[in-house]
Design a protein around this ligand. Structure first.
Ligand code: HEM
Length: 137
C-alpha cells in the first residue's frame, strides 16, 4: 500500500507518522478517540476501565502512536518502555471490548483529514495490537 506516488509506502520510515499529520494530527485523532469513547454506547464498558480524567491517558496514547507510526519515540522518552499486550493484562478485554476500542478509533479516524488509503491502513494495523491485547475469549 502506498501513500502518494513518489512517497514512501505507509509503514516505511516515518511515512505513516507524516500521513497522520505528525504529532498535532495524532493528538486530534486521540482527542476524538476519547470523545467517541464517551459517546458510543458499545464503548461504555471500556470507558469505565479508564479514570474520569482522560488527560494523561490521551497524552500517553498520543505519544505511543507517534512512535508506533514511525515518528519520534515520545512515549518512552517520558514514560519509559511499554509492551502493549503485557500492559493490558490488568484489564479484562474480550472480543467485544477489543471491537469497541477499534470502533472508537474508526469514528475518530473518520473525522480526520486523512487520505482514504491511510485511514484504511491505520485501522487494519491497529487491529494487530488490539487483538494481541485481548486476554479473554
Ligand atoms: C483492545 C482494546 C483496548 C482496551 C480495552 C484498552 C484499555 C486501556 C485502559 C483501560 C488503559 C488504562 C488507562 C489509564 O488508567 O490511564 C489503557 C492504557 C493504554 N493503552 Fe490501551 N486498550 C486497548 C487497546 C490498546 C491498543 C491497541 C493500544 C496501542 C495501539 C493501546 C495503547 C495504550 C497505551 C499507550 C496506554 C497507556 C499505558 C500506560 O499507562 O503506561 N491500547 N488502555
Amino acid at each position: 500500500m502506498s501513500s502518494e506516488t513518489g512517497k514512501r509506502p505507509y509503514g516505511t520510515g516515518d511515512a505513516s507518522f507524516q500521513a497522520a499529520g505528525g504529532y498535532d494530527g495524532i493528538k486530534l485523532l486521540v482527542d476524538d478517540f476519547y470523545r467517541a469513547m464517551d459517546e458510543l454506547p458499545q464503548a461504555a464498558p471500556i470507558r469505565a476501565m479508564y479514570p474520569d480524567d482522560l488527560t494523561e491517558a490521551a497524552d500517553k496514547l498520543t505519544r505511543f502512536l507517534c512512535g508506533w507510526l514511525g515518528g519520534p519515540k515520545l512515549f518512552s522518552e517520558k514514560y519509559g518502555p511499554i509492551a502493549i499486550p503485557a500492559f493490558h493484562r490488568q484489564f479484562p478485554i474480550d472480543a467485544a471490548r477489543r471491537d469497541a476500542w477499534l470502533d472508537c478509533m474508526r469514528a475518530a479516524a473518520e473525522k480526520q483529514p486523512f487520505a482514504e488509503d491511510f485511514r484504511q491502513y491505520l485501522l487494519a494495523q491497529l487491529y494487530v495490537p488490539a487483538e494481541r491485547s485481548r486476554n479473554l475469549p
